[in-house]
Design a protein around this ligand. Sequence first.
Ligand SMILES: NC(=O)c1ccc[n+]([C@@H]2O[C@H](COP(=O)([O-])OP(=O)(O)OC[C@H]3O[C@@H](n4cnc5c(N)ncnc54)[C@H](OP(=O)(O)O)[C@@H]3O)[C@@H](O)[C@H]2O)c1
Length: 303
Amino acid sequence: METKEYPVKLLVTGASGLLGSKLTKLATKKSFQVYSAYYQNTPQQGTPIQFDISKKTSTEKTFNEIKPDIVVHAAALTHVDRCETQKELAWKINVQGTENIAKLCRRNRTYLVYVSTDYVFNGEKGNYRETDLPAPINHYGTTKLKGEEYAQSLALDVCIARTSVVYGSIPATGKTNFALWLLDKLRRDEEVKIVTDQTNSPTLNTNLANMILEIVDRRLTGIYHLAGATALSRYDFAKALAEEFNLNTQLIKPVTSREIAWKAKRPRNSSLNVAKATQTLGSKPLKIHEALRELREELSLNK
Ligand SMILES: NC(=O)c1ccc[n+]([C@@H]2O[C@H](COP(=O)([O-])OP(=O)(O)OC[C@H]3O[C@@H](n4cnc5c(N)ncnc54)[C@H](OP(=O)(O)O)[C@@H]3O)[C@@H](O)[C@H]2O)c1
């Protein structure tokens, strides 16, 4: 595939989200020409572009106007319970939206990075490699996996970047993330109930964005697990956060998933094996203590 001289036009969907906001911020510094696509919340970085990815005509119009060289497709309905109760909406955004984007990438020979999830796995095994077979147990995971299939079968040059429990110092517009929510609760001296029976690979959005930008620079294709390098239960993640920020760990009370009225089932252990990313990339998946140190620094510097 031909690579162009800078400035390369990078279209990021979901640019107002937790990952997209960090990705566009870092990409702007790397002198990409950044187009920040959103639906309802105007992004802070790059040139804002509003359209609904589930609408074929508006998606096509945007592509024709911008003619992106690269698309990082991070837009999705990410609320796992909402995907379960609003299945059609989740399908429209996560599956048809991805189909629309992947078709346009094919037509325009645009390199595509599709951001996917550890929830494509059933969670019975944990430590999933890129070669393991996905088998989602909830609708969110099903739609994200179908999105992977469309991205892979339609786009010509595509990378599937699977990640897990993303957190960061800058919240997505209008919503918090697990780490910021927990720190806020503990600072107010409030007790929190956190599940012990769900294990993932918590991922700092800065670490994830840096890995994706390297993948983009090198035009890597195939599947990559881009996540934190430490598998942790949600409870242990909460404890690690509290310890890093010198907050009272006694406020964190262990519960099991059965005690929480979730609409969607959650995989028990969908942690991702990040050996491939560690071996391939210069920008490595961070271990939990490295990532939490970076989070603390970002929060203190208001980065
Ligand atoms: N967060 C996690 O823990 C996690 C874990 C694994 C994988 N992932 C994957 O990582 C990616 C990024 O996640 P995130 O946490 O950054 O997401 P997020 O904060 O929930 O943001 C979702 C983004 O999607 C956009 N969007 C939603 N519906 C849209 C539509 N119909 N048309 C256009 N844009 C639409 C939103 O735009 P507006 O805000 O403007 O409406 C927002 O920018 C997603 O693909 C997700 O599946 C996330």
